[in-house]
Design a protein around this ligand. Sequence first.
Ligand SMILES: NC(=O)C1=CN([C@@H]2O[C@H](COP(=O)(O)OP(=O)(O)OC[C@H]3O[C@@H](n4cnc5c(N)ncnc54)[C@H](OP(=O)(O)O)[C@@H]3O)[C@@H](O)[C@H]2O)C=CC1
Ligand SMILES: O=C1O[C@H](COP(=O)(O)O)[C@@H](O)[C@H](O)[C@H]1O
Length: 513
Amino acid sequence: MSPTAVTADHNPLRDVRDKRLPNIAGPCALVLFGVTGDLSRKKVMPAIYDLANRGLLPPGFSLVGFARRDWADQDFGQIVHDAVKEHARTPFRESTWKALAEGIRFVPGTFDDEEAFDLLAETVQQLERDRGTGGNTAFYLSIPPGFFGQVCQQLERSGLAEAEPGQWRRVVIEKPFGHDLESARELNDIVEGVFAPDSVFRIDHYLGKETVQNLLALRFANELFEPVWNSHHIDHVQITMAEDIGVAGRASYYDGIGAARDVIQNHLLQLLALTAMEEPTAFTAQHLRAEKEKVLASVRLPDDLGASTARGQYAEGWQGSEKVVGFLDEEGMKPGSTTETYAAMKVEVDTRRWAGVPFYLRTGKRLGKRVTEIAVVFKRAPHLPFNDTETEELGQNAIVIRVQPDEGITLRFGSKVPGAQMEVRDVTMDFTYGNSFTEKSPEAYERLILDVLLGAPSMFPRNEEVELSWGILDPVEEYWAANGRPEPYPSGTWGPASADEMMARDGREWRMP
Ligand SMILES: NC(=O)C1=CN([C@@H]2O[C@H](COP(=O)(O)OP(=O)(O)OC[C@H]3O[C@@H](n4cnc5c(N)ncnc54)[C@H](OP(=O)(O)O)[C@@H]3O)[C@@H](O)[C@H]2O)C=CC1
Ligand SMILES: O=C1O[C@H](COP(=O)(O)O)[C@@H](O)[C@H](O)[C@H]1O
């Protein structure tokens, strides 16, 4: 498809939300926990710089780092500087850096150190006086999930969670939120016991991706797709999140969590919800979340979890020309770990729109390549006025939303092969962001952090969504825990044979992205 260039200089969906909101954050500070971690260095600190570089942070914006290091402000400043130089999307500008660096502060401490949190409280008050942050403060918990509760309790004890009249305090919680439904409920009791529900921002960075937000535009801004977006026309949906990387450097986090808790419980079920949901009455947080919740509440697992799920663990193999070690040989891995690095499952959505349409979800590390996509695969035409040989190369029509890395949308349909004879073959029409827009997509974290500072919660799942998602996953995890080890698959391939067998039982096969 070569759509003519759409030249809005902003995302229309964002516009809808932002009509009532300024695009530039008001006076505030952001306190970042876990500043030495992978996510902070690669995503959060660079995103803050990019926001500053685009002029979206207020004058006096301040960034406070908290870590168990004996650092002064300038040492932390150097860490931010290095992370920005290496990972920021926008060019390095001395003037932006200087303005940002003036507001950088550091507080040393561990999460069980009350004095450190008291010092943090003093630092936040000092920033209000010195830099005019207004006392408005966001706390970003980029830390191991086991500490989310403890840090919230420390914020409460030290008075940091409590806003003075006219101020706000917000908390950003990374994922996974809990380990299962029960622990998610316990965690939520703590978090929402400290912060009001609308001050809790549970971050799922997939919702900040341009292509994921575009799914809403595709479905609800067009007339073309919605009439066929149902079980009358759709055969099945495949949602794939494949990564070529392993867990090197993150073994301690990943072991015991595994692929399903790491990304199916959140990213993939959110993608499913956006694909399957009804049109929200308005693009407000309340309406969007309500529609997603209805879908998640309607998801049903098949009775036979052995036949409708698959899990694997990567063994040594080849990633391109590089020989890579298996999961069990990654540094810091527990010997004999049964954690899965590949997970696939079939679910149904029990609604009139989706009755009988299976949704297949799969994710894995050390797969053939990095790709995330949603493939909506259509039924075959009920009648073909051609003979079999004329259509032997005709597959099923499909709309593929390419979330990453080659962002765009592909439409696959049959077309006549040029020539005297009638022969129909699959062809594709492609929309790619690069060809259609001059505007560059912001990094997901950039958009989501700005939304936190603006107080715009649409793109953050609320607790009900988190709990419904655990309710879907828990029976699968229990089944796996009681049924042996994950099946090994060589790195660089497309996962264990049992995942292909799961599809074959339904007369289908996974797409080769
Ligand atoms: N990395 C990623 O790609 C993604 C990560 N996430 C989520 O982000 C969060 C952070 O992940 P990631 O950055 O990978 O994790 P890391 O293990 O790389 O970083 C954890 C951070 O927490 C700090 N920390 C741990 N324990 C303590 C403690 N007792 N007191 C003070 N500081 C402590 C560490 O400090 P120290 O250096 O002292 O150990 C480090 O800064 C997790 O919830 C993860 O699920 C979400 C999406 C993607
Ligand atoms: O949340 C997570 O996502 C990353 C992949 O993110 P992407 O934006 O590069 O697709 C994944 O590597 C990590 O294990 C998981 O925690």
